[in-house]
Design a protein around this ligand. Structure first.
Ligand SMILES: NC(=[NH2+])NCCC[C@H](N)C(=O)O
Length: 660
């Protein structure tokens, strides 16, 4: 039976159930009948409750049918979710009188692929109502109510009330074939959303530091995840490109490069430039005055000052771009300056809606529950970080039409962002039940001394230096393994970069982002354990198996449609089931936006593969090393594994290499 036919059959079955329930309701609602049946009022009440419950059940079933019908055949099915849905139907069908029975499904146990534990909860509920039933009997009733399907080979009520569920080999084998033919396709996520992701967002004239590196890495990966499942993603770089610091920068620029308007100033080290101007600002009153004047001129749109501002921004931009290029990040610049012309209207709107109060010359907005109010207009009339974020949130919701906004920003800014989100609700810009607005926060990066990650002299570590160091260390590792003797110069360069950047990214992503983590090159480049180095090696090795077996890509393609995937060996079975959890993992990541779950999964795939490869021959060679037998089904299982890891790499923005 094809997948579509199966889904339709399931939908039809549910529809039949709906019809049946609707008839029942009609029957119950018929007053004539009730009279004829001699039903009197207390019983009528009971029936009314019954009626309401049935109505609830119908609605639920209707929703399930609708989801089933929406599921496109190209979506990879999430087996865990199917098990949950089917057992949900069965439980509700078996015990329509009981409300909110959790459908408790557990992953593989010693006895089965899945286990349903709902019977025990039902048993307790019934007991509370004075009904005593053995759990096994309840479990049997659930099993009997399970819709017919091709997914399971065994569904059995154990004496203790657990229901043991085994997946059908044919079903799993068919799914692996489908992965081979179509690739691991994304699961169904329902309605496409417009997602605005604010990430990276460094500040002009200041160095991009490891905090920004985290935001950049996590943000890029989340965007890839969202795009992969089909959402419409707008990637925004909320650059810190506006503010009073530009006054001193421009004043210093004018002094140091008086002809900056005609000759592009050769600022190589903008950070040093920033420091110089800061020293002058702090020590020289006359300079300070000129800096203030420069800010006013810049804010009033004076052309020369705008030009100076742009020149400074450009120096930073080029630096940032170098990092983005190396890390394969794509992002649209939309810095704080973009919102400047729109801020006046926002302040006006908030004033008109009476959300602002005047205190000591400042216009502030109180947010219930927040420890401090937002300063929207300073006493000198200037705008703040909060003003730009208020303007940005409205713009993202109303102009960009975002229905899901993400802010990938360090945890230290949580109070600020939470206040901005609340302010947006207070201002009536969105309904939190409709739009998802979230702070995707992350902890700080620590050095190996467990203190804030800094250079020996206590300076912020420059990202470019960090990337360079990574490449150098990756090269050392490859040379240690003698890879430089086997790879061409070009291949070596590719491998070095893939390993270095892959490890830096993976190291970040594989830690729960809510926690801080220790930055250690030694650990991230270790090819044992849950690291990109290990996964990259595993992937390259898996990809080389077909090549070693002398099976061409064309032959693989043909075999994918013709060869049945045999899953008789326990390690084949384990691997295949593991691969099919991919869509579930993706759905989980979309739900809590914690990418480390995907990393853990890929690591599990790689280790499960390793177990399989150690105990299942894919190729048999004779004593002379000549290939005498190729097990095509197993070669295909290798390919399916590689394609799942490959899809994971894509989301994590890790570049695999053919040779390393
Ligand atoms: N919409 C935002 N506030 N995004 C985050 C901006 C981060 C800020 N530029 C910083 O470096 O701390």
């Amino acid at each position: 039976m094809s997948e579509v036919a199966l889904l339709t059959a399931r939908a039809e079955q549910s529809e039949a159930e709906i019809r049946h329930l609707e008839e029942e309701i009609k029957r119950l609602q018929d007053p004539q009948r009730m009279l004829a049946d001699g039903i009197i009022s207390p019983e009528l009440e009971k029936l009314r409750t019954e009626n309401a419950k049935l109505q609830y059940q119908i609605n639920h079933l209707k929703r399930s049918v609708a989801t089933e019908k929406k599921r496109k055949p190209e979506n990879m099915l999430s087996i865990g979710i199917i098990v949950e849905e089917l057992f949900g139907l069965a439980v509700r069908h078996a015990y329509p009188d009981l409300d909110d029975i959790p459908v408790m499904i557990q992953g593989s146990s010693k006895f089965a692929d899945y286990q349903c534990n709902s019977a025990l909860v039902i048993c307790a509920k019934l007991k509370a109502q004075g009904v005593k039933l053995p759990p096994k009997e309840i479990a049997q009733k659930i099993v009997a109510s399970l819709p017919e399907s091709e997914y399971f080979s065994k569904v059995e009520a154990a004496p203790n009330g657990f229901i043991n569920i085994d997946l059908s080999k044919d079903y799993v084998s068919g799914q692996i074939s489908s992965v081979l033919q179509k690739g691991p396709s994304p699961p169904n996520v329902g309605i496409k959303k417009r997602v605005v992701v604010d990430f990276s967002s460094p500040n002009i004239a200041k160095e991009m530091h490891v905090g920004h590196l985290r935001s950049t890495i996590i943000g890029e990966s989340l965007c890839r995840l969202l795009e992969w499942v089909g959402h419409d993603v707008l990637r925004l770089n909320h650059l810190g490109d506006w503010g009073t610091q530009f006054g001193m920068l421009i004043a210093h620029l004018k002094d140091k490069f008086p002809n900056y308007l005609s000759v592009s100033p050769p600022i190589k080290d903008l950070q040093a430039f920033y420091k110089e101007s800061k020293v002058r600002f702090d020590e020289d009153e006359a300079f300070k005055k000129r800096a203030y004047e420069a800010v006013v001129k810049l804010q009033n749109g004076d052309e020369a000052h705008l030009k100076g501002w742009n020149l400074i921004c450009d120096v930073s931009r080029q630096e940032f771009q170098k990092v983005y290029k190396r890390l394969g990040v794509s992002i649209t610049e939309r810095g704080e300056s973009f919102y400047q012309p729109l801020m006046g209207a926002i302040v006006k709107e908030l004033e008109e809606k009476e959300h602002l109060v005047l205190e000591e010359g400042r216009k502030i907005m109180y947010i219930p529950g927040a420890p401090a109010p937002l300063t929207v207009v300073k006493s000198d009339g200037g705008f703040t970080y909060a003003t730009s974020d208020l303007t940005a949130i409205k713009h993202r919701l109303h102009v960009e039409k975002g229905d899901w906004l993400l802010y990938v920003v360090d945890a230290g800014q949580n109070l600020h962002l939470q206040s901005i989100f609340d302010a947006g609700v207070i201002a009536g810009w969105y309904d939190p039940k409709q739009a998802r607005v979230e702070h995707v926060m992350f902890g700080v990066v620590l050095g190996e001394d467990k203190k804030k990650f800094k250079t020996r002299s206590g300076e912020v570590i420059r990202l470019v230096d960090l990337l360079d160091e990574g490449v150098k260390r990756a090269e050392m590792k490859l040379v240690e393994k003698g890879r430089d003797k086997e790879l061409t110069k070009e291949e070596m360069k590719k491998a070095m970069e893939a390993v270095a950047y892959g490890c830096i990214k993976y190291n970040d992503l594989s830690h729960n982002r809510n926690h801080e983590y220790v930055f250690s090159f030694d650990r991230m480049l270790d090819d044992r354990g849950n690291t990109a180095a290990y996964l990259l090696y595993a992937y390259t090795r898996i990809r080389s198996i077909a090549r070693t077996a002398q099976v061409s890509p064309q032959q693989l393609k043909e075999a994918a449609t013709k060869t049945k995937i045999v899953l008789d060996h326990p390690k084949e079975w384990k691997l295949a089931k593991c691969l099919l959890r991919f869509p579930e993992i993706i759905l989980k990541c979309l739900d809590d936006l914690l990418i480390h779950t995907l990393c853990d999964f890929l690591y599990e795939v790689a280790t499960t593969f390793s177990e399989f490869y150690d105990s299942c021959y894919c190729i048999e060679k004779d004593k002379s090393g000549k290939i005498v037998k190729v097990d095509m089904s197993r070669i295909l299982l290798c390919e399916a594994t590689a394609s799942v890891i490959g899809a994971g790499f894509h989301i994590l923005s890790i570049t695999p290499v053919d040779k390393m």
